[in-house]
Design a protein around this ligand. Structure first.
Ligand code: ASP
Ligand code: MG
Length: 407
């Protein structure tokens, strides 16, 4: 009998009725397979919990934040286990700590160290469906931790790896991974398959289908991940190991990320050790920066700009303001009105001129490029936020990603 891990996101379990219908779907799978289900908090519960904390203090203690955040998922597991039982299917729920999901102590963004999963094995052997709370774990010392926003995906994939499951199915409100956001590009196409690397780029670059860390984990442990709709029976997109046929396609998808801010530190002395202090200082605050650009220096001074999640902007600004004073920089500026537009495809490894075509397309639309970065399989440009959708549509067209596929 195959072992399947199924993960249902917040929108799939948003109310009692939806939980009951998820239970029916799980019970159906459980007829022929051993099933472990991972669930998120109901609907926008996590956002609500964050707002509650924010109403108490602008600088919540991360340890206490995790105590609060982990409650959302605990409600869902109990309800889903009950719903399965009322269908006559034996089921039981476990929290992250109960299944031995041990993490480091980086509260609100903890990393998984190991999963013992003993209780899962025992419950499966007893013929039960096992329902596990996503997004949470415990430190070695027994403190509750959470895995970062969207962390239930990671729980699903990590459990699939630990249990050596045949597949991790991610059930969500979209029916797969698309060539672009279908809300922005009406003729975006569902991809039947995508490589881990492409998915990783797309997730990191703003496609909100899967949490980036979960894809990294899936790649490392070679877990096949099937992204599919909770509300439709059709197959979705299989995220899997790369093969040769994938290289024929130059660009697989276009993404946009409107959740970033651009921060610059101006007129910093251009000498060894400055960048390391700037980014070391941000790293020490657990602020993850993305694109970094340093200008050519003039008169021994230079500007350093980078992007980071918009939510971290205020924290970054205060860290940087202090650093700017220490190193004798002129000051710090920040801009929220930016969007990052990216094209992604493993075919870029073997095709030339892809970046040039992207720049030409943006310039053809009169869109100014503020920053550029490239990887082996992606090119990203930061542009003014108001052009985000126009840029995505133009690139989707130029690279013929629509239903009527050309190149
Ligand atoms: N409930 C958490 C969140 O909203 C985890 C998840 O849904 O994956 O980020
Ligand atoms: Mg989610």
């Amino acid at each position: 009998m195959a072992l399947i891990v199924q993960k249902y996101g917040g929108s799939s379990v948003a109310d009692a009725e939806k939980i009951a219908s998820v239970a029916r779907r799980v019970a159906e799978s459980a007829r022929g397979h051993r099933v472990v289900v991972v669930v998120s908090a109901m609907g926008k519960t996590t956002d609500g919990l964050l707002a509650l904390a924010a109403a108490i203090t602008p600088t919540p203690d991360p340890r206490e934040m995790d105590v609060i955040l982990s409650t959302g998922e605990q409600v869902t597991i109990g309800l889903l286990a009950m719903a399965l039982q009322s269908l006559g299917h034996p089921a039981c729920s476990f929290t992250g700590p109960q299944v031995g999901l041990v993490t480091d102590a980086a509260h609100t963004r903890a990393r998984i160290k190991r999963i013992t999963a003993e209780r899962i094995h025992a419950a499966l052997d007893a013929g039960r469906v096992v329902v596990v709370a996503g997004f949470q774990g415990t430190t070695e010392g027994g403190d509750i931790t959470t895995l970062g926003r969207g962390g239930s995906d990671l729980t699903g994939v990590a459990l699939a790896a630990a249990l050596k499951a045949d597949v991790c199915e991610i059930f969500t409100d979209v029916d797969g991974v698309y060539t672009a956001d279908p809300n922005v590009v009406p003729d975006a196409r569902k991809l039947p398959r995508i490589s881990y690397d492409e998915m990783l780029e797309m997730a990191a670059l703003g496609a909100k289908v899967l949490q980036a860390r979960s894809v990294e984990f899936a790649k490392k442990h070679n877990v096949p991940v099937h992204v599919r709709s909770t509300f439709k029976p059709d197959a979705g997109t299989l995220v899997t190991r790369e093969d040769h046929s994938m290289e024929d396609v130059v660009v697989t998808g276009v993404t946009h990320d409107r959740g970033q801010a651009k921060v610059s530190i101006l007129r910093v002395p251009d000498r060894p050790g400055i960048a390391s202090r700037v980014f070391g200082g941000l790293g020490a605050q657990n602020i993850v920066v993305d694109m970094i650009v340093q200008n050519i220096s003039r008169d021994g001074l230079t500007d350093i700009s980078f992007t980071l999640p918009r939510a971290d902007r205020t924290r970054a600004e205060s860290v940087l303001a202090a650093l700017a004073r220490e190193v004798g920089a002129e000051g710090v500026t920040a801009d929220d009105r930016v969007a990052k537009i990216s094209i992604v495809g493993v075919g870029m490894r073997s095709h030339a001129g892809v970046a040039a075509r992207m720049f030409e397309t943006l310039s053809g639309e009169g869109i100014n490029i503020q920053m550029i970065s490239t990887s082996e399989i992606a090119v990203s440009c930061v542009v003014e936020d108001k052009y985000a959708e126009l840029a995505v549509r133009a690139l989707h067209d130029v690279f013929a990603l629509g239903a009527e596929r050309g190149a």
